[in-house]
Design a protein around this ligand. Structure first.
Ligand SMILES: [Zn+2]
Length: 223
């Protein structure tokens, strides 16, 4: 269940880049090193902190151009709008829109974490591609789609593809549906990452401390 990333053979060039920018952490199996306590309260042995890489405009641009090429490889032609979600994905989805020659829009987050669609109105039947920087569960992606359907004055045409830098579900392969329509995730990196309740966590059992990753990022990365 645990992987020692120092012994991992890293074959994915995007993963290499994320590691170099400290945007990705996997527990090394040592009990003196802390592990991640997710927002959900679950424990995990891996975490992606993509702001660490996307805050470099040239890295963000390179990742977006690579995803753009993958999307074209999946048959994507032109889209009217690329939509991103608040907030980490905004600069990345902007770069993807730039690459595709599309307009860029984004959903926002309210004070209770709810998804808002106040800033933009999309024209009738516009083709829309959703871009995220990270897909863990389908929750955020679904919330963005749902709020546009509910709040945009006109109906739009969502493409059945979602592009992302990282897709890290708990189990692979996984199938996603939105209103019974199958959705294909197009990632640059796809990895199974476990997340379990504290009482089932092998790292807690080992004696590793659990910490909130974003506030303790240096402790995770440097251990
Ligand atoms: Zn734990």
């Amino acid at each position: 269940m645990l992987q020692n990333h120092s012994k991992d053979r890293v074959s994915n060039k995007y993963e290499v880049r994320l590691r170099r920018r400290n945007a990705m952490w996997i527990h090394n199996g040592k009990k003196e090193c802390p592990h991640a306590e997710l927002t959900s309260g679950l424990c995990s042995n891996a975490y992606f902190n993509l702001s660490e890489v996307c805050s470099f405009p040239f890295e963000n641009h390179w990742l977006a151009s690579s995803l753009c090429a993958n999307l074209r490889g999946q048959g994507l032609k032109t889209v009217d709008f690329v939509v991103g979600s608040a907030y980490a994905a905004i600069t990345f989805s902007y770069e993807v829109a730039n690459c595709l020659g599309s307009r860029h829009v984004f959903a926002e987050k309210g004070s209770d974490g709810e998804m808002l669609w106040n800033r933009f109105q999309l024209p009738k039947n516009a083709t829309v591609l959703q871009i995220e920087e990270l897909v863990t569960t389908f929750k955020t992606t679904e919330a963005v789609r749902r709020v546009i359907i509910e709040k945009n004055k006109h109906p739009v045409k969502f493409l059945p593809l979602i592009g992302t830098i990282v897709h890290r579900p708990q189990k692979l392969p996984i199938k996603y549906f939105f209103d019974n329509e199958p959705i294909t995730i197009v990632p640059l990196i796809e990895k199974e990452v476990w997340a379990v309740p504290q009482e089932e966590c092998p790292l807690c059992r080992l004696g590793s401390k659990r910490v909130k990753p974003k506030n303790n990022w240096a402790d995770l990365i440097e251990c």
